[in-house]
Write a protein that binds this ligand. Structure first.
Ligand SMILES: [Mg+2]
Ligand SMILES: [Zn+2]
Length: 220
């Protein structure tokens, strides 16, 4: 597919649904990084750096996050959360605690009318203390495995899809999967960004990212 067609298709998810090719059955998605995009980061107990919440009581949605997610759905995108969660691997939290945190994010979104189409997490870490989670997995961002697997499972069209995240790893994973890339420059996660790879767009929040995609749709 030439770049221009990719741009056109990515900008206007509704257009493909009217087309007749078999490709048209596949939906465009927005892959959402979770921490720092949907929910606030909280200080890590050991380093003090803002990191993923490890207790469900610490989960707070960022201002406008639910509204931004709802707008993305209204534009025709499937919403799939893709999140690295190595705290169990590192011995900082149990799997159950991480599940409870994730469920709280899902529940808070649902309370504001946003039902995710899917979510995936990578529990691995290269230096995991937990044996079965150690190693070089294909799902940990910056690798694209979570996006590729979700696309296969949910019939998503990666070339018309986007990733929205607050770290270099999110942009890299999206690019590797041939998605458009939007960086949310959350000040709390500045330590996860070097400016490389360069995203297609940089914004300050999820609602701004949704506005960016809405404007592109209208432009085309
Ligand atoms: Mg993040
Ligand atoms: Zn993994």
């Amino acid at each position: 597919m030439c770049p221009a067609r990719t741009e056109l298709a990515r900008a206007a998810p509704g257009a493909a649904q009217r087309a007749t090719s078999p490709e048209a059955a596949r939906r465009p998605a927005v892959f959402l990084d979770r921490d720092g995009v949907l929910n606030e980061l909280v200080p890590d107990p050991s380093t003090g750096l803002p990191e993923s919440p490890l207790r469900s009581a610490d989960v707070r949605l960022l201002p406008g996050a639910a509204a931004g997610a709802a707008e993305l759905q209204s534009l025709g995108f499937a919403l799939v959360v893709v999140t690295n969660q190595p705290a169990w691997a590192k011995g900082k939290a149990s799997r159950e605690a991480l599940l409870a945190v994730h469920q709280q994010v899902v529940d808070l979104l649902a309370a504001e009318g946003v039902a995710l189409d899917g979510w995936r997490w990578c529990l691995h870490h290269p230096e995991a203390l937990v044996d079965e989670l150690r190693g070089d997995c294909r799902c940990r961002k910056p690798r694209p495995g979570m996006l590729l697997d979700a696309a296969a499972e949910l019939s998503l069209d990666l070339e018309r899809s986007w990733i929205i995240g607050d770290s270099d790893a999110d942009v890299a994973a999206g690019r590797e999967a041939r998605c458009g890339t939007i960086l949310v420059a959350n000040p709390s996660s500045a330590h996860r960004r070097s400016g490389s790879p360069t995203p297609d767009a940089a914004v300050q929040s999820l609602p701004e990212a949704a506005a960016y995609l809405r404007q592109r749709a209208h432009r085309w």
